[in-house]
Design a protein around this ligand. Structure first.
Ligand code: PMV
Length: 314
């Protein structure tokens, strides 16, 4: 068997995070510059199935057994693949994982490594998954860490296309006739998504009359943003980003640093800025053009961002 290589990208949420958990639409795009890659190679007979992470600090190797409870997303992914394909004995294989997606940083690292691993293992077993089956499988794995994920991360990462996502609805992609530039600022620390999701749920239960209109407005913003993107006017997205960020502040998922990063990005010429993903740490995105991108990157670095990069969407 020749080595099999499978990959999956990271993701960025453009609009609609958190409200998407409560049934509103959200927009997300693949972040193709960051990728998880898994190579499947045969090993000696009766050696079993191993997952190798040569880049990790401790050069981790995990052994996959069937029928063993695990909290490890990678082992669980492999178990689910074998179960889904009706394979009773783990094959003699090593699955070697490399990823350029920072861990727990809001770029969808968990879903991406899981998608790449499942793809590689299924291909090595000569039963490649269609995207729909893979998406369901990765969603199951996401539940380990995220509690009640909306499914947006796994969907954009598995289909590798811009998605207009509504929980429980069939996949809807959208087109980007005119690409646009975002500066991404990563804070270098993040709050686990299930914590911010739980906080928003508690708030919605305590104050439904105040919070439901916020969810509705965020959903309307996501729909408007899609219209602007699809009609080739992404340069007009700025005010919608600012408004979405202000609404996320009301949902208590921003923090001083994210607010400050958005403020300085705007002062340096960004057309709009918002947090992206779960919030309370994680990432923010700022809409820029070629002229303003360097200055926005620079101020974010000065403000203390752990990493800053510019990405073209579309
Ligand atoms: O995976 P993160 O941290 O980028 O956030 C996911 C987006 C949320 O809307 C906050 C949660 C979800 O499941 O949709």
């Amino acid at each position: 068997m020749k080595p099999i290589v499978a990959t999956a990208p990271g993701k960025l949420i453009l609009f609609g995070e958190h409200a998407v958990v409560h049934g509103q639409p959200a927009l997300a795009v693949p972040l193709t510059a960051l990728r998880a890659t898994v190579t499947a190679e045969p090993t000696l007979p009766n050696s079993g199935l191993h997952i190798l992470m040569p880049d990790s600090r401790h050069h981790h190797t995990l052994r996959v057994h069937l029928g063993e409870d695990t909290e490890n997303g990678l082992v669980y992914t492999a178990q689910l693949v074998l179960k889904t394909l009706g394979v009773a004995t783990p094959p003699d294989l090593k699955l070697i994982l490399h990823s350029t997606i920072p861990l727990a940083a809001g770029f969808g690292s968990g879903a991406a490594v899981s998608a790449a691993l499942a793809r590689a293992l299924a291909q090595a077993l000569h039963q490649p998954f269609d995207n729909e089956t893979l998406n369901e499988l990765v969603y199951e794995v996401e539940k380990i860490h995220h509690g009640t994920p909306s499914g947006i991360d796994n969907t954009v990462i598995v289909y590798q296309q811009p998605v207009y996502f509504v929980r429980g609805k069939p996949l809807e992609t959208f087109t980007i006739p005119r690409p646009f530039l975002l500066v991404v600022g990563n804070l270098g620390h993040a709050t686990p998504t299930h914590i911010t999701v739980d906080a928003v749920r508690d708030l919605a239960e305590q104050k439904p009359q105040r919070i439901q209109p916020i969810f509705n407005r965020i959903g309307a913003i996501a729909a408007e943003a899609r219209g602007l993107i699809e009609s080739g006017q992404p340069n007009l997205l700025g005010p919608l980003m600012d408004e979405n960020h202000a609404l996320l502040c009301e949902l208590t998922v921003s923090d001083d640093e994210l607010d400050q990063f958005c403020r300085v990005a705007k002062q340096a010429g960004a057309m709009g800025a918002k947090l992206s993903g779960g919030g309370r740490g994680g990432n923010m995105i700022a809409l820029v053009d070629e002229k303003t991108a360097p200055a926005v990157q620079e101020v974010l670095k000065q403000a203390g961002a752990a990493s800053v990069f510019t990405t073209q969407v579309g």
